[in-house]
Write a protein that binds this ligand. Structure first.
Ligand SMILES: [Zn+2]
Length: 312
């Protein structure tokens, strides 16, 4: 009985289980049928989704992403025009996005450009041959990188290198009209008139001529930081003008106190005035900027109005 009972019970259970399985299967089948049509909508929807994703992808989000992942190297002096695309690569730079690195270099005028360069060994030998360059202070060991002797402290230039640069630029000045006081080039006239340049750190002013045919340039103006530029307030142009003024004193002194009588005498002030006028008006246009020319022109005017006792 127990067995039967249990058997009957088993039979009943089996029936129940079968019914439950059938119901579950039916539910699964039905739910499967309900879910079956679903794959259709996603086929049409992704199209618009794709469009929505692609549009902004080509616009801002991509740039934003770039800004976050590329290295901003603007200001390092190198224009990163072609860059790699991985994370950590430099950001691409253009003249608009990074003008400080990508600006065209045509703006650097020739004379300022020369001052960022070093004299060649050939030039140094020529200058040392043409002029006896000396000083009352010992020179620090000579070296030159980008127009500067790195062995000198910042803010102070090598006075000897400064004179080499002065002679280099003097030699590069090719005027379209002869100078008023000589048929020679400026460098040749200077070389012919003096035999040496003495850097005098104990004198308050520059003068000529001690020893004979040697100009003394006061230490303060030879190797000042502004000598690294053609014209910047002061500048290399004014060192050249000063050297020319002193070299003229080998021929003539001042004729009206510390001034001169007039331009026609072609004294030291006259040739200083004329040299500045020639720098402004008779050099090729790529030699200097408009600002540099205006600075020189205003100094020439000032000399004309203050250094001659008789204006004619
Ligand atoms: Zn003088």
């Amino acid at each position: 009985m127990r067995w039967r009972c249990s058997h009957d019970g088993t039979m009943n259970n089996k029936l129940l289980i079968s019914i439950i399985i059938f119901i579950i299967f039916t539910i699964i089948l039905i739910s499967g049928c309900i879910h079956e049509p679903k794959p259709n909508p996603p086929i049409t929807q992704p199209k618009s989704d794709l469009n929505q994703l692609q549009k902004p992808d080509n616009e801002q989000p991509k740039n934003k992403e770039k800004l976050e992942t590329c290295k901003d190297l603007c200001g390092d002096g190198i224009c990163q025009e072609i860059v790699c695309q991985a994370i950590g690569c430099p950001c691409a730079e253009t003249e608009e996005s990074c003008p400080q690195d990508c600006a065209v270099e045509e703006n650097i005028p020739l004379l300022d450009n020369m001052l960022q360069d070093c004299p060649t060994q050939e030039e140094i030998s020529r200058f040392e041959h043409d002029f006896n360059i000396s000083s009352d202070e010992a020179f620090v060991e000579y070296s030159c990188a980008n127009g500067i002797n790195p062995n000198y402290p910042s803010g102070k230039l090598d006075p000897r290198l400064t004179l080499y640069q002065m002679l280099r630029l003097m030699n590069a000045l090719e005027f379209s009209k002869p100078l008023p006081w000589t048929d020679k080039s400026l460098y040749d006239w200077f070389k012919g008139n003096i035999k040496g340049i003495y850097i005098n750190n104990s004198s308050e002013y520059s003068f000529c001529c001690d020893p004979e045919r040697v100009i003394n340039l006061k230490g303060e103006v030879v190797g000042a930081s502004y000598d690294a530029n053609w014209v910047m307030g002061a500048g290399m142009a004014y060192l050249i003008v000063l050297a020319i003024h002193e070299a003229r004193h080998i021929d003539v002194g001042h004729t009206c106190g510390s001034n001169d009588n007039n331009l026609d005498e072609l004294g030291a002030w006259a040739i200083q005035y004329y040299l500045e006028y020639w720098l402004v008006n008779y050099l090729p246009s790529n030699y200097q900027t408009q600002n540099e020319k205006e600075n020189l022109a205003s100094d020439a005017e000032y000399i004309l109005h203050t250094r001659f006792c008789n204006t004619n």
